[in-house]
Unconditional design. Structure first.
Length: 92
């Protein structure tokens, strides 16, 4: 498993993607539970089909495998963190 690409892909999926989704949702007028749902859904783990696609293509298998593992393990704490931030801000 190559550590830096996995770390980069995982951070992008668990941090950057929810931030972008939240910003777009806010811009489109979403608030409260709807915005929370969009943000949490953006931070869900990388799907197993990413690994299957990499395996079939014969490239990036270790990165996909590592990213699926890391995002699966880290998505629950990130979901709790996102919900906590929304709660603290009174947004949900």
């Amino acid at each position: 498993m190559t550590a830096w690409p996995v770390a980069w892909a995982s951070a992008s999926k668990l941090v950057v993607q929810p931030m972008i989704a939240c910003a777009i949702g806010w811009t489109l007028g979403m608030r409260g539970g709807g915005l929370l749902a969009v943000t949490v859904m953006a931070g869900l783990p990388t799907a197993q089909n990413a690994f299957i696609a990499a395996q079939r293509a014969g490239t990036g298998e270790s990165i996909a495998q590592g990213t699926v593992l890391v995002t699966t393990l880290a998505s629950l704490p990130m979901t709790v963190l996102i919900a906590g931030v929304f709660h603290a801000l009174g947004a949900a």
